[in-house]
Design a protein around this ligand. Structure first.
Ligand SMILES: [Zn+2]
Length: 182
C-alpha cells in the first residue's frame, strides 16, 4: 500500500477491530475481509497503471472499460471497432433484434440480437465468432441500449493481461470496500 490515504484508512480500520470486544473467530473473519479489500485496492491500482499506458482516444465508456483489461494488441482492435461503431445507425425490429446499417449505406446491413437478461449477443457478420473481438455492430447496439461496459463474455480471457485476474473491480466490490475501510 503506497498511497498514504488508503494506508491510513486501512490502518484505522484494523485498529478499530483490534480495540473492540469482538470474539476471536469474528475478529479473524473481519481481518480476512480487510485483507481481501487490500487485494482489491492493489488490483484497482494495477489496472489504473495499465490504463495509463494505452492511447485512449474517445470519451466512450467502452474504451475506458476495456483499456486496463486487454492486451495492447487486443485493445487496439477493439478500439478500432468502438470508433467505427459511431458510424452506424440502428433500427429496432422485433423484441431484442436490431438492424444496424452504415450511415453511408456502403455496406450491407447487419442483424444484431441482444438478450439483455444474460447479455448474450449475436451479429450476422459473425465478427466475434471469427476474431474473438466484439464487432462494431454489436457495440453500436450496446451503446444504444445504454450499456456502460462491454459484457464480460465479450472480453475473452485470451485477450486479457495475465495480471488481470478479474475483468473489473465492480461497483459492488467498491461499495463493500468503502463500507469496511472508510
Ligand atoms: Zn457485426
Amino acid at each position: 500500500m503506497k498511497t498514504t490515504g488508503c494506508s491510513e484508512s486501512i490502518n484505522a480500520s484494523v485498529k478499530r477491530l483490534l480495540g473492540s470486544q469482538t470474539p476471536l473467530s469474528e475478529l479473524i473473519d473481519q481481518i480476512t475481509i480487510v485483507i481481501e479489500m487490500i487485494d482489491v485496492v492493489g488490483q484497482r491500482r494495477l489496472m489504473q497503471q495499465l490504463s495509463t499506458n494505452v492511447d485512449v482516444r474517445t470519451m466512450c465508456s467502452f474504451e475506458h472499460h476495456a483499456a486496463p483489461i486487454l492486451t495492447p494488441c487486443a485493445f487496439s482492435k477493439i478500439q478500432e471497432e468502438i470508433i467505427s461503431s459511431f458510424q452506424y445507425l440502428t433500427s429496432k425490429k422485433d423484441h431484442g433484434t436490431y438492424e444496424v446499417t452504415h450511415f453511408s449505406k456502403k455496406e450491407k446491413g447487419q442483424n444484431v440480437s441482444l438478450m439483455v437478461e444474460d447479455n448474450v449477443m449475436n451479429c450476422s457478420c459473425k465478427g466475434f465468432e471469427f476474431t474473438g473481438i466484439i464487432c462494431r455492430h454489436s457495440l453500436h447496439v450496446l451503446f444504444k441500449e445504454h450499456f456502460i461496459q462491454i459484457p464480460d463474455r465479450y472480453l475473452p480471457k485470451r485477450w486479457r493481461h495475465s495480471t488481470s485476474l478479474i475483468s473489473n473491480v465492480s461497483s459492488s466490490t467498491s461499495a463493500t470496500y468503502d463500507e469496511h475501510v472508510q
